[in-house]
Ligand binder design. Structure first.
Ligand code: GLC
Length: 548
């Protein structure tokens, strides 16, 4: 088997919602262990687990209170070691989520800081108010409200770019960096073979914290600053870089192609690959997540094409994906999850899996899971959704209008439990899950998919092809039909070989012209097709052809 980075496929598990083994309504590590054969059958190489450490769970584990202990809700350290061992025996690695930009305010470091310990106060951004008594800067938290909270009753404030219980760590302090490298090394020893670094491009805030003049400029004060590259090189050198087999991915907020090339070019010794999110903002009205609009398909194409070409030419590596635990499901969002659910699921998968980079499958994608379509705010648990709902009411929207926005944009859309079968709670748990199961589980579930579905086998085939065909791993990327209003198409090329991929993103048939028809059918969601000069694409059709 080919072992290059570009041959790999990652599967993301949101542990809270994957499989509950002890009936408390909360997914756990033993549940994942039980399902390893299922993941092996799919053919993935790496399992990324969202945070499993001790946490008050205000932001579902991204608020870590102890970096070195498993949250009892997920199991024990022994469970983790066993999972890593068994996964390895089956040829799969575990990728752990490292949240190194901030800790929970319940973390010992923050608690010691609050109790007056100067050493730990220097771990965070703790600042006096301005002379006029206003907050140290005018920055906004990404989850709503100001980015500063009162630091106990000291009269000072601590920085929180995310929830107010997530305090930003000061990476300028070498002691902080050393602590964090030790955390990564701790998990390497426990058997982790990959790491996903949460919002890692915001760790390099400017040393002088100053007011921003607008939202865009505000981000530049703490995002993708040159020092992030220095910190990543240091992190690499002092931890995972010591093992060439470790795979890493950085989650990059509001980033650029230029920076992602620098983060991932092998000679830079920073990270293996990066996530970027511009292609998932094409349904934000005027850049505002909390205003719905239909996707701007031309923009989606432009962004995906630019990133494919740019990263390829710059020698970087993209993580390619549609879904994760922060995004509504692309199947519901960008395509048709009703009458064309199966066609759409395969088309979305093929679009990504034949691109250059490392494909990520978010749990449930392989069976065509959809957004749950919750009808009441009580069903939502995510802090961001709850805050956004309040903000929308304050903006003057009615409750029904605000709910409509949350229904489309909530992160809980993808966090619902995996639908394993048509039994109570979809076989996820024996008791009421922490977040409701989508009501379509009697029709859409793993058991049924494995018995008679065609989406899971399609993913197996895409993974198999990636491993078998160097052109999928290595080939250059060239956008085709750039002005076509319905079709995203591209050509991959390696030596004399060419791979053409056509994807119709709409429920209307359309025709594309092919000058050269010297191609063999490789894979599609409507069965075998011939390459013809006037190629008709049916609703949500995807077809790949390989040159003869
Ligand atoms: C990342 C995570 C998200 C979390 C945030 C703060 O964006 O994916 O779930 O809320 O970081 O840690």
């Amino acid at each position: 088997m080919n072992d290059s980075l570009f041959s790999k496929v990652v599967y993301q598990i949101y542990p809270k919602s994957f499989k509950d083994s002890n009936g408390d309504g909360f997914g756990d590590l033993s549940g994942i262990l039980e399902k390893l054969p299922y993941l092996k059958k799919l053919g993935v190489d790496i399992l990324w687990l969202n945070p499993i450490y001790v946490s008050p769970q205000n932001d579902n584990g991204y608020d870590i209170a102890d970096y070195r202990a498993i949250d009892p809700r997920f199991g024990t350290m022994g469970d983790f070691e066993e999972l890593a061992r068994q996964a390895k025996a089956m040829g799969m690695g575990i990728m752990l989520d490292m949240v190194l930009n901030h800790t929970s305010t319940e973390h010992e470091w923050f608690q010691k800081a609050l109790a007056g310990d100067k050493r730990y106060q220097a771990y965070y951004y703790i600042r006096d108010p301005k002379a006029d008594g206003s907050l140290p800067t005018n920055w906004q938290s990404k989850f709503g409200g100001p980015a500063w909270q009162p630091f106990g009753d000291t009269g000072k404030y601590y920085m929180n770019l995310y929830d107010k219980t997530q305090a930003d760590l000061d990476w300028h302090n070498p002691e902080v960096r050393k602590e964090l490298y030790d955390v990564v090394n701790f998990w390497r020893e426990k058997g982790a073979s990959g790491f996903r670094f949460d919002v890692i491009n915001v760790i390099g805030k400017d040393e002088l914290l100053v007011d921003s003049v607008n939202d865009q400029q505000e981000k530049s004060l703490y995002t993708d600053t040159p020092i992030v590259h220095d910190y990543l090189q240091e992190l690499n050198q002092n931890s995972f870089g010591q093992d060439p087999n470790i795979v890493t991915v950085g989650e990059m907020s509001s980033t650029t192609i230029e920076n992602c090339i620098l983060y991932t070019r092998p000679d830079r010794h920073e990270l293996s690959m990066t996530f970027s999110f511009h292609h998932l903002k094409v349904d934000y009205k005027d850049g505002d997540k909390w205003q719905n609009q239909a996707m701007d398909f031309a923009e989606l194409k432009r962004i995906l094409n630019d990133w494919q070409v740019g990263m390829d030419q710059g020698g970087g590596c993209n993580a390619v994906f549609w879904n994760n635990h922060d995004q509504p499901r692309a199947l519901t969002r960008f395509t048709n999850d009703g009458s064309y659910r199966v066609e759409s699921a395969k088309m979305l998968a093929q679009t990504i899996h034949m691109m250059k980079g490392v494909p990520y499958i978010y749990m449930g994608e392989e069976i065509g899971m959809t957004d749950p379509g919750f009808t009441s705010m009580d069903q939502y648990k995510d802090i961001e959704s709850i805050n956004a709902y309040q903000m929308l009411l304050e903006r003057g929207l009615s409750e029904a209008e605000a709910l409509e926005v949350i229904q489309v944009k909530s992160r809980d859309n993808s966090r619902t439990p995996i639908q394993w079968n048509d039994q109570a709670y979809a076989g996820f748990s024996t008791s009421q899950p922490w977040l409701e199961v989508a009501s379509n589980y009697p029709e859409i579930n793993v058991e049924k998919e494995l018995a008679q579905g065609t989406i899971f086998p399609y993913y197996q085939e895409l993974i198999r092809l990636r491993k078998e065909l160097p052109i999928i791993q290595e080939g250059s990327y060239q956008p085709l039909l750039v002005d076509h209003p319905q079709v995203l198409a591209y050509k991959r090329q390696l030596g004399d070989q060419e791979l053409l991929v056509f994807n119709n993103f709409y429920d209307q048939a359309t025709t594309v012209s092919l000058e050269n028809t010297n191609y063999n059918y490789l894979l599609g969601n409507y069965g075998e097709r011939e390459a013809s000069n006037q190629l008709e694409l049916r609703p949500y059709e995807t077809i790949a052809f390989l040159s003869r």
